[in-house]
Design a protein around this ligand. Structure first.
Ligand code: HEC
Ligand code: HEC
Length: 377
């Protein structure tokens, strides 16, 4: 098993620092990384569920959590301590409920099967925890008042006095080196619904090597202390809001085409180029996962970019990187041709940052216009 070390994140930091100055190199690096990932997948025998999971992860998660889970806007998922303590149920529920009010979206539109496939994909990375730990669902009873004091002393300076979590996004370069990874919100309805008491306890005991989260044993806490803290964390539940404002938000723009698959693809490419964007690569959605020659040619993904816009955006805020490069997917299923793209506005709303909202709107208009042109005359 390969130990996940902070060095991996350090290399992200190197990239991060050069983002403003060298956007083209970053784009190039992104391309090469994707290419390498694609190539390294060729020849691997994968089950249908793994292929499906990889595709869905790429579509919905990799922009934030990184192609192989090393983190970015989202916290890293490829940590052996995370994979060894997180249960499948926890990952499943985190995807379903998201973290309302935080950056992690709720994925209501995914089916039960699709979420399972994503979980299977995450388990297949090989950073540890290839099977789910089973936890008792019994509540841990401690002394929550004592837990509050221990929490204030040992946890609050990272997770916030009321469990509100650190500010910002997952892995960031503006935080001190020792605390590059954001402390998640613990008073969050999504977190509390996803994690059961025994999993939280195991997380506290294990810590997360490679992140600022240390084992509480190293903080000198004893079993009873841990029970008190876990019980205290549960009391946050009474204070979390049950309102889920993000619940019904559309996260994917979908347009059904009146043209054939090939025609729609042609129209899409023409529309993208006409708007001054360059197509940087395109391939079947399962390229690198399906055996060479057996890819589904009726599922196509196009990556494109406008280098001027990239330059401008990254200078303003390196988090813009999550929009880049742009991707539109084309799918033919049962004779119906659809064009899909992640709605750039969802990321903006999550960050509630005016500069990002502005760029999101521009991109959303771009997607709507280009996808409209491709699918109807
Ligand atoms: C817009 C960015 C974004 C997207 C898209 C996103 N996440 Fe997250 N995710 C985050 C952030 C940020 C957190 C940390 C939550 C916090 O800050 O409270 C997180 C937390 C998580 C956690 C909990 C991690 C832990 O340490 O306990 C899991 C599991 C997770 N995400 C999985 C996924 C999966 C799977 C997908 C795709 C279906 C996904 N996320 C999509 C940003 C994102
Ligand atoms: C030095 C900062 C720091 C301190 C102190 C700290 N944590 Fe954390 N904690 C983090 C970070 C960062 C993560 C996210 C790790 C990751 O990305 O996997 C985390 C993750 C967690 C998680 C997993 C939640 C999730 O969504 O990933 C729990 C539960 C948690 N911490 C509880 C605690 C408790 C309880 C204490 C006090 C006993 C504590 N932490 C002390 C920084 C800290």
């Amino acid at each position: 098993m390969i130990e996940y070390t902070p060095n991996l994140l350090d290399s992200f930091q190197v990239n991060g620092m050069s983002i403003n100055r060298r956007p083209l190199i970053i784009v190039f690096a992104l391309l090469m990384t994707s290419l390498l990932v694609a190539c390294s997948g060729i020849g691997l025998q994968r089950t249908a569920e793994q292929t499906e999971g990889a595709r869905l992860y790429d579509l919905y998660c990799s922009a934030c959590h990184g192609d192989e889970g090393f983190g970015g806007v989202g916290v890293p998922l490829a940590l052996s301590d995370f994979l060894n303590t997180a249960s499948d149920e926890y990952i499943y529920k985190t995807i379903r409920h998201g973290r309302p009010g935080r950056v992690m979206p709720a994925f209501n539109e995914l089916t039960h099967h699709q979420i399972d496939a994503i979980v299977t994909h995450i388990r297949s990375w090989g950073w540890g925890g290839s099977t789910s730990t089973q936890y008792s669902s019994e509540a841990i009873i401690g002394n929550p008042n004592r837990g509050r004091q221990l929490y204030a002393k040992h946890c609050a300076y990272c997770h916030g006095i009321n469990g509100e979590g650190g500010q910002g996004t997952g892995v960031t370069f503006s935080r001190p080196r020792s605390a590059k990874i954001l402390a998640p919100a613990l008073n969050n309805a999504g977190f509390l619904a996803a994690a059961n008491d025994h999993m939280i306890k195991a997380t506290l005991i294990q810590g997360r090597a490679g992140t600022p989260m240390r084992s509480v044993k190293k903080m000198g806490l004893k079993d009873k202390d841990i029970n008190d803290i876990v019980h205290y964390l549960r009391t946050f539940e009474e204070k979390t809001s049950t309102a889920e404002p993000e619940q019904n938000r559309k996260k994917v723009i979908i347009k059904v085409s009146q043209f054939s698959f090939d025609e729609t693809l042609d129209r899409l490419k023409t529309a993208i180029k006409r708007k001054g964007y360059q197509i940087i690569r395109e391939h079947t959605l399962d390229a690198g996962f399906a055996e060479a020659g057996s890819e589904n040619s009726k599922q196509w993904i196009i990556y494109f970019a406008n280098f001027r816009l990239i330059n401008e955006s990254l200078t303003r805020d390196s988090r813009m990187g999550i929009f880049l490069p742009g991707r539109i997917t084309l799918v033919e299923k049962e004779g119906k041709v659809s064009v899909l793209a992640a709605d750039p506005m969802i990321y903006n709303e999550l960050f509630s940052n005016n500069t990002l909202i502005e760029l999101g709107k521009t991109l959303q208009h771009f997607y709507l216009a280009v996808m409209g042109e491709a699918t109807s005359s």
